[in-house]
Ligand binder design. Structure first.
Ligand code: 2GW
Ligand code: MN
Length: 274
């Protein structure tokens, strides 16, 4: 029970913080269901260097004791490290073409996820999470995170007024959110939910980005802007606190008692092609 943070949204979706759930109890509830969590991650170009820490730390902290199927998309399958996976943990590597613009890598994830859910996941997974690869787990990320449609509050924007949110502000973009609207600012680095809901999310974002391309406009934060627009009109059924995607392990905040997943500090000049 927490009094220092909000643990419910104005539309009555829970916001998951440490201290708001009983991990032993919630594990035992979900253990009775035979669930599989599909997890997608993209590692193109130099971003394959993040895979080892990402996968090894996920094996230690992410849905431990549950069936997880990683779907890893890369343009360099030979760079995928050999990480020892636990029981009922699976990894499928899928080749994708290299891309020149990083914005295209980031945005193309929506269409690839849409097709993955359509073509492959229906018979093999119950839930899906889509995660940035330049991250590492430090604490439990478990079944408390499951829901129909799940967004993660961006670690830079969890205790700031909404006029600070970096939504797309140009009406010409499909990601446009007018001043005074919007409840939270969500990260593009982690989202998930049921296959059906995440399929609808990825399909909608892909369609909206295609309209933007046709109109020669690119949203300020790419697919993250479209994700925020989507969540404004399709409210997430559960929100995860910034514990579920922190900005940097060396930074602290009174409200974040445990860092579960964090962006790793990266040298942009070194890993970004252009
Ligand atoms: C290359 C140059 C510049 C930026 C990204 C990349 C790049 C990204 C790459 O060479 N290879 C690659 O696999 N990626 C994938 O895209 C990888 O999975 C990575 O985690 C993801 C997003 O890029 P990233 O992590 O560099 O961007 P962030 O952490 O600054 O991202 C936020 O904003 C993005 C949109 O601008 C996305 O919404 C992202 O989800 C957000 O966290
Ligand atoms: Mn990232």
């Amino acid at each position: 029970f927490r009094t220092d943070v909000a643990s419910v949204t104005p539309w009555l979706a829970p916001i998951v913080w440490e201290g708001t759930f009983d991990s032993t109890l919630i594990d035992s509830i979900y253990k009775q269901q035979n669930i599989t969590i599909a997890t997608t991650v993209f590692a193109l170009g130099k971003y394959t260097r993040f895979l080892k820490d990402f996968l090894e730390s996920a094996e230690e902290h992410y849905f431990v004791g549950f069936r997880v199927h990683y779907h890893l998309f890369t343009d360099q399958a030979e760079e995928v490290p050999n990480v020892k996976l636990g029981q009922e943990r699976y990894l499928t590597v899928k080749k994708v073409p290299s891309m020149n613009r990083w914005q295209d890598i980031s945005m193309s994830r929506m269409e690839i996820l849409e097709k993955l859910i359509e073509n492959e996941l229906a018979s093999e997974a119950d839930y899906i999470f889509c995660l940035d690869v330049d991250t590492k787990f430090y604490g439990r990320w478990g079944v408390e995170s499951l829901g129909r449609l799940v967004g993660v509050i961006h670690p830079w924007f969890f205790n700031v007024p909404r006029f600070i949110f970096t939504y797309e502000r140009r009406p010409e973009s499909q990601a446009y959110i007018p001043a005074g609207e919007g409840d939270y600012y969500f990260t593009g680095a982690a989202f998930g939910g049921s296959l059906e809901d995440v399929h609808h999310l990825t399909k909608t974002c892909r369609e909206q980005m295609n309209i933007d391309i046709a109109n020669s406009i690119e949203a300020i934060w790419h697919e993250e802007s479209h994700l925020n627009k989507y969540f404004l009109y399709n409210k997430p059924s559960k929100l995860l606190s910034p514990e579920y995607l922190w900005r940097d392990i060396s930074m602290s905040s009174g409200q974040v008692k445990i860092i579960r997943l964090s962006h790793v500090a990266k040298n942009n000049a070194e890993v970004r092609p252009n």
